[in-house]
Design a protein around this ligand. Structure first.
Ligand code: PMP
Length: 442
């Protein structure tokens, strides 16, 4: 019998928290108990301005009645429907709504429950697509240094974050990585897309030549790398990747788990950069973070290849118990309706100049070595403390939380991605808070 049987209900030990310094956290927990629009409420009753849309997901702001009501209604009507060989109307309705937002020619979605699952799904579709076409020698996958594609085995294999990879053995074989595009010596304090580094994309040609194009299935990149500190693609970089992939029959996957659903002021980053990939992975903003759900958008060409086989067979041996879950579908439909009614998929474009000026006003604050922004996303990179990397940014996070602002840090970088309903006075408040914090941290 468990020796924790007598633990108090609020004991913190049993929950091994994700991506968290558990021992530190449990000595001084930071608990959130409520949320409304732009703010969280803490367990000690304080209001905290959400500078990160939860974890880059609550794009329409918190506890929006339309979305929460839609979930409440759905759970009373039908809680669950088998995902395989059965359907329910809302999953189809949502798929239609989703593809109506997607770049031209991407008219099909596969559902998942998270960004990580969207990535695994897309990688598997890529491998199976080439086989279905009779091109089974294409098994190689190409990711990028400093890429984050979730935490499952495919995602950490194509991802490029050392700490997320090094404990887990050999990972997927047949994976190569492009160099990341971050060039602080040339591009520091760039507003929007950096001038330098677009030619890094031609490295793809070298990797493809090394292995021969006939062995390469897909390239996956985040159009803007979010989790490793908002690394914005240099001008021309994504177009060049697209050209090389097209030339060699390689699929291009954009991981838009963060950039999807209005983050850059366009429905997808593919629209912002005017580059259409073959697949787009999404999650987070799809349901405003309310119910876990992801979707992989695929082109007609990919979808139709699978539909050409014998009709009595399952076309793709993949899926999840909760693919297209009724509550998630209801949340997704209400979320997309909210985005449309309130113009949130393009609001980022209207606010971007104000956001940009506000962030760059921190240029002369202590410790700041770079500021980056695009749409309603931004990063402030700090000089690491001697011998103690990540400590300065993390203490900035703690101080900001104390002062009533939620920010996120990754290494020595402060990352910001507020709900898209943010107003100018909130932007001012966030930046003032950061200025105070940067003046106070060691
Ligand atoms: N891909 C990208 C680009 C992401 O930013 C994330 C999450 N931050 C993921 C995948 C993984 O998503 P999840 O945590 O929902 O599995």
């Amino acid at each position: 019998m468990s020796n924790r049987l007598n633990a108090a209900p609020n004991d913190l030990e049993a929950f091994w928290m994700p991506f968290t310094a558990n021992r530190q956290f449990k000595k001084a927990p930071r608990m959130l108990t409520g949320a409304k629009d732009m703010h969280y409420t803490t367990s000690d009753g304080r209001s905290v301005l959400d500078g990160t849309a939860g974890l880059w997901c609550v794009n329409a702001g918190h506890c929006r009645p339309k979305i929460t009501e839609a979930v409440r209604e759905q759970v009373g009507e039908m809680d669950y429907a088998p995902a395989f060989q059965m359907g329910h109307p809302k999953a189809f309705e949502l798929a239609n709504q989703l593809v109506s937002l997607a770049p031209e020619g991407m008219n099909h979605v596969l559902y998942t429950n998270s960004g990580s699952e969207s990535v695994e799904t897309a990688l598997k579709v890529a491998l199976a697509y080439h086989r279905a076409k009779g091109d089974g020698s294409r098994f190689r996958l190409i990711g990028r240094e400093r890429g984050y594609h979730g935490v499952n085995f495919g995602g950490i294999s194509v991802g490029g974050i050392v700490s997320n990879r090094k404990m887990f053995g050999t990972l997927l074989t047949g994976v190569d990585h492009l160099s990341h595009t971050h060039m602080p010596d040339k591009n520091a304090f760039t507003r929007g897309e950096p001038e330098h580094g677009g030619d890094i994309a031609s490295e793809l040609e070298r990797i493809v030549t090394l292995h021969d194009a006939s062995t390469v299935a897909a390239v996956i990149v985040e159009p803007v790398a979010g989790s490793t500190g908002v690394l914005i693609p240099p001008k021309g970089y994504l177009k060049k990747l697209r050209d090389i992939c097209t030339k060699h029959g390689i699929l291009l996957i954009f991981d838009e788990v963060i950039t999807g659903f209005g983050r850059l002021g366009t429905p997808f980053a593919a629209d912002y950069f005017d580059v259409t990939p073959d697949m787009i992975t999404t999650a987070k903003g799809l349901t405003n973070g309310v119910i876990p759900m992801g979707a992989v958008f695929v082109t007609d060409a990919i979808h139709d290849t699978f539909m050409n086989g014998p009709e009595h067979l399952i076309e793709f041996f993949h899926g999840y118990t909760y693919s297209g879950n009724p509550m998630a579908s209801a949340a997704g439909l209400a979320t997309l309706e909210t985005y449309k009614e309130e113009g949130l998929l393009t609001r980022g474009a209207e606010l971007a100049p104000y956001w940009e000026d506000a962030l760059h006003s921190l240029k002369d604050a202590p410790h700041v070595v770079d500021i980056r922004n695009i749409g309603l996303i931004g990063a402030i990179e700090l000089e690491p403390m001697k011998g103690e990397p990540t400590k300065r940014a993390f203490s900035a996070f703690l101080k900001a939380f104390e002062k009533g602002c939620l920010i996120r840090t990754t290494g020595d970088i402060i990352a910001l991605s507020p709900p898209l309903i943010i107003e100018k006075n909130h932007i001012d408040e966030l930046v003032d808070c950061l200025r105070t914090v940067l003046n106070e941290v060691e």
